[in-house]
Design a protein around this ligand. Structure first.
Ligand code: AMP
Ligand code: MG
Length: 340
């Protein structure tokens, strides 16, 4: 299949209309959102949805998020919307928040994969909204990477993974946030955070003090707790090289790196941690984890391109958005932190 790559400056309303037509007809379109690039399919068309799993090589038990651009669409796919859900929608939609809700009959098992719930997001990105509105259907859109690779934050990342497999890639420049949406289960009396993101535990617990993290996210090292969100159990976001997260004082981190570095190693660090090594990649200011989120996946892809075999990553500050950065790094590192 020939993939049409439309550069940012060339994405006109007419192009969006044509791409939306492809979605309506069961085809796949990669498009930008404020979090990462999505691989979009008509969420109400089983064949289209199944082709998303094929293109990504996505595990069959991992359900998809449906993206909407108005609340009329929500009524088609979700029911019994709780007061908690309504408040979160009012405050954070459109935005980087996915809500897990009871699904309606219209949502087939190709989306929900055995669950009686559906995950829904109303993205804030203008192009995403225009595409969903033009397609006039909820769009199933997982991150537009091959499963197991870092999520794409640039259209060229999508091209790396999807060239020849899908008809359209719409370029929207770099994604502002750079990590996937916060996923929150709102089917009960209080919110349960299943995947951390830009909307933080603190943001949500300000509104609902009994907010909880899924136990899986806060388990101790070595403790195995099954996640409630099927996708969270996979070693996601991984580059080909091995990542070691290093926690400790600058001096100890430097010593560890000096002892274990190889020809093909690299360092992911923050402005405040001035590590000496020939391949330094910055995650920005440790007190502004948004900076690290915006850069992490792009750096991980660069490491693959350069054939980096070992990556030393300085432990982020876990507060606020830092928890999302930590979570993605931890997944990429296979769950291990080295305490120095
Ligand atoms: P991605 O499509 O790569 O952004 O991943 C979507 C995430 O949402 C995965 O971790 C899924 O397991 C999770 N997810 C989707 N639908 C549900 C649901 N109904 N209940 C819980 N988690 C879900
Ligand atoms: Mg993904």
């Amino acid at each position: 299949m020939k993939t049409i790559f439309v550069k940012k400056a060339d994405v006109t309303d007419e192009i969006i209309r044509q791409a939306a037509e492809t979605i309506k007809n069961g085809g796949l379109v990669a498009f930008p959102t404020e979090t990462v690039y999505g691989l979009g399919a008509n969420g109400l068309d089983d064949d289209a949805v199944n082709s998303v799993y094929l293109a990504k090589g996505r595990p069959a038990d991992n359900p998809l998020i449906l993206h909407i651009s108005n609340l009329e669409m929500l009524k088609l796919i979700a029911k019994d919307i709780s007061p908690v859900a309504k408040v979160l929608m009012n405050v954070f939609w459109p935005g980087p928040l996915t809500l897990v809700l009871k699904k309606t009959e219209l949502v087939s098992d190709s989306i929900s994969r055995g669950l009686d719930t559906v995950a829904v997001r109303f993205p804030a990105h203008e192009l995403a909204q225009k595409l969903i509105t033009a397609a006039d259907t909820p769009i199933a859109a997982p991150s537009a990477n091959i499963s197991g690779r870092p999520s794409p934050t640039e259209a060229l990342h999508v091209l790396e993974d999807m060239d020849g497999k899908i008809p359209w890639i719409l370029d929207g420049g770099s994604c502002d946030i750079g990590v996937e949406s916060t996923v929150v289960d709102v089917t009960g009396d209080y919110p349960i955070i299943l995947r951390p993101g830009k909307i933080t535990f603190e943001d949500i617990s300000d509104l609902f003090p009994d907010t909880q993290y899924d136990q899986h996210l806060v388990a101790e090292q070595g403790e195995i707790v099954a996640p409630r969100s099927p996708g969270m159990k996979y070693k996601h976001y991984a580059p080909k090289g091995e990542i070691q997260i290093l926690s400790g004082e600058l001096l100890d981190i430097q010593q560890y790196i000096d002892k274990h570095l190889t020809e093909k190693s690299a360092v992911l660090t923050f402005t405040q941690y001035k590590i000496k090594h020939k391949n330094i990649y910055s995650l920005g200011n440790i007190n502004r984890p948004e900076e690290g989120c915006a850069k992490l996946f792009s750096h991980l892809r660069t490491f693959d391109t350069l054939g980096i075999e070992k990556i030393f990553a300085v432990m982020p500050d876990k507060r606020g958005v830092g928890f999302a950065l930590y979570n993605r790094l931890l997944k990429a590192a296979g769950g291990k932190v080295i305490n120095l």
